[in-house]
Design a binder for this molecule. Structure first.
Ligand code: SF4
Length: 261
């Protein structure tokens, strides 16, 4: 199965809070200022409220950045957005929406990264995958060499390996987050496409904020870290959409001989 286009991102919850809350407060401060300006004994009321309203506008402003402007400011934007996610995570957990909250942030991040890289594709991308996608009882040493997978079809690694080999994309499978960060920093990609559980995606986005990342959540049919699943077609669609292919079409029989002659 292949995906021609990337699925729509779901980010409404995060954006309503991240942009909607400061804008609502801005409107409330402005209204309060107007009311105070008409009230007796509050000569400086409007000024203070206008200042507070401007501060709220400043808090919402980064959510309007797009494309190159977004990429230039991404590090600071991710830090701010991440702070909102961490601050409101306990509340989301209390109402049973913790995963939705984090995934909504991931969806918003993905939307902005897509907008930036659909115009100017990545020339040095890196795929990061967690080791738990490999079947737990499989002994194929894919951490050392992905091509050691026997392609038995029991986990997504076989299909993933074919996609990587056909396109020549750079990829790493790691069993520790800090190794994944180190690999990414050493390779110095201009785009990361990462697959992981929601908690690790959030940590990865905030810790590697210097590199734009498109993220895909794992599904956990057997619980955390065991025989996890992900959509290989989704990952391949992300790479085709956001990154330049590394390998061109393979030459037909005889073309090599002609060019050599
Ligand atoms: S596809 Fe089969 S051989 Fe390859 S990693 Fe998965 S279980 Fe192991």
């Amino acid at each position: 199965m292949t995906l021609d286009t990337l699925p729509a991102e779901r980010y409404g919850m995060f954006l309503w809070v991240r942009r909607g809350l400061p804008l609502a407060l801005m409107a409330a401060f402005l209204l309060m200022g107007i009311l105070l300006s008409h009230a007796p004994h509050t000569p400086h009321g409007f000024g203070w409220c206008a200042l507070a309203a401007m501060a709220m506008a400043g808090v919402a402003w980064p959510t309007f950045k797009r494309g190159e402007a977004y990429l230039r400011a991404r590090r600071a934007i991710i830090r701010w957005d991440g702070m909102w996610v961490w601050l409101l995570r306990p509340l989301a957990k209390a109402v049973g929406k913790e995963d939705e909250w984090i995934l909504s942030f991931c969806g918003w991040n993905n939307k902005l990264v897509r907008e930036a890289f659909e115009v100017r594709k990545s020339r040095r991308s890196l795929i990061l995958l967690p080791h738990c996608v490999q079947l737990a009882k499989c002994r194929a040493p894919i951490l050392d060499d992905l091509e050691k997978c026997y392609d038995c079809g029991l986990c997504p690694v076989g299909d993933y390996m074919h996609g990587i080999l056909e396109n020549g994309w750079e990829s790493r499978i790691t069993n520790r987050s800090h190794k994944a960060y180190r690999e990414a920093r050493e390779y110095r990609p201009d785009l990361i496409v990462a697959v992981s559980c929601t908690d690790r995606l959030l940590k990865g986005l905030t810790k590697l904020s210097e590199v734009p990342a498109y993220v895909i959540p794992l599904t956990l049919p057997h619980g955390m870290c065991v025989d996890t699943q992900f959509s290989v077609p989704h990952l391949m669609a992300a790479m085709r959409t956001l990154a330049e292919p590394k390998l061109g079409p393979r030459p037909l029989e005889g073309q090599n001989a002609e060019s050599a002659a």
